[in-house]
Design a protein around this ligand. Structure first.
Ligand code: MG
Length: 371
């Protein structure tokens, strides 16, 4: 396989914080993947908004189905490149586990509340706290006791950081690039959500195929090819035929781009990848252009349209009100969260509690507690 020399060696891991005996037939990455799938925070993804809230349709992605799509795309890429599929899968399944309710609006709203205290909300850091502390499933240790490599991949999900940037991240090789398996996740995530949001936006009738063709390079050519091949296919089916090829175009671009950048960088080992000044997973120029245009199109025709802006506004207001309520009435927090007030500032405890909520639990709690 093309990059198998750069595949992360599952038998030479830095290991777990609390040593554990080996499993007879699952390797360490497979165990991490299974621990993530069995976590409560993973199941909560089912009732967290991805982009479209529940009121619009039953077929839209939620954060769980989005996660499964990222995992499928990332595993395909890892297999094609000769990288470790289990490592990649574990990271893909964990990549959104720290997301609060109500998608990016929820994240921004929580961050906004925390800034009033000179603090921040960061979903990658929250994800780390979930797998390190909040999941209570083992008698011998808190959290899931994941391998160093999976935790590192989680905190470096979307960006690298420098020493001292965040004290909590200093244990995770600051200033160094993560392994290729971890580098794959951010771009697999982009391919998954750009194409999925296009699909959901089309179902919601926010735009037509002609609108996409006018804005996104190659979309028009793909559409003409398919329409010529299947002249009597209904529009909805044509859309799916084109969408599939679009995913393929972006994924293939990622495979070729990564092979080319690894080749030209001259890296020979995992150590070289870590010390390389930039990440090596990337798309070739033409698909990258399509991807950028797609992003821009979605920004204009989906994310900033009145129904989505209205949903975000409601979410931000709701979070501000519930946050203020718990600050004023800490006795209303559940016991396990109340106990944390002794060792953490109240605003942090409130933030972590709200961040863990599903959209549905948030609504029920707000209805019960707010005037
Ligand atoms: Mg994601």
């Amino acid at each position: 396989m093309p990059l198998s020399r750069l595949r992360y060696p599952v038998n030479a891991l830095r290991g777990r914080r609390y040593p554990e005996p080996r499993h007879p037939y699952r390797n360490e990455f497979q165990r991490d993947r299974d621990r993530i799938v069995h976590a409560r925070a993973f199941r909560r993804l089912e009732d967290k908004t991805q982009v479209f809230g529940e009121r619009l349709s039953d077929h839209f992605r939620n954060r769980l189905t989005h996660t499964i799509e990222v995992s499928q795309i990332a595993r395909t890429l890892a297999a094609a490149l000769g990288l470790d599929e289990d490592f990649t899968e574990a990271l893909a399944l964990a990549h959104d586990i720290g997301h609060p309710p109500f998608a990016h609006a929820g994240e921004e709203a929580l961050d906004h509340q925390m800034r009033a205290f000179g603090d921040r909300f960061d979903h990658n850091l929250h994800a780390l706290h979930i797998v390190e502390d909040f999941e209570l499933r083992y008698a011998r240790f808190p959290g899931l006791n994941l391998t160093f490599e999976v935790r590192e991949g989680m905190v470096k999900h979307s960006r690298d950081f420098q020493p001292g940037e965040r004290a909590e991240f200093d244990a995770y090789l600051p200033g160094q690039r993560p392994p290729l398996e971890a580098q794959l996740i951010d771009l697999a995530d982009e391919v998954a959500y750009n194409t999925a949001d296009l699909d959901d936006g089309f179902s919601a009738e926010l735009f037509t195929m002609a609108d996409i063709a006018a804005a996104v390079p190659h979309y028009g050519e793909l559409t003409e090819e398919i329409a010529f091949q299947f002249p009597s296919a209904p529009q909805k089916v044509l859309f799916q035929e084109v969408l599939r090829r679009l995913i393929d175009l972006l994924a293939s671009g990622l495979i070729e781009g990564t092979l080319a950048s690894v080749e030209s960088s001259g890296v020979q080992s995992i150590e070289d990848i870590r010390r390389h000044p930039e990440r090596l997973v990337r798309m070739t120029a033409v698909p990258a252009e399509t991807n950028r245009a797609l992003k821009h199109f979605l920004m204009e025709r989906v994310y900033s349209t009145p129904p989505l802006v209205a949903e975000r506004h409601i979410a931000c207001e709701g979070i501000a009100r519930l946050f203020a309520f718990f600050l004023a009435h800490p006795a209303e927090l559940p016991e396990t969260h109340r106990e944390r007030i002794e060792s953490h500032p109240l605003h942090r405890v409130v933030c972590d509690y709200i961040a863990g909520m599903t959209d549905g639990f948030f609504r029920r709690t707000a209805t019960r507690l707010l005037p």
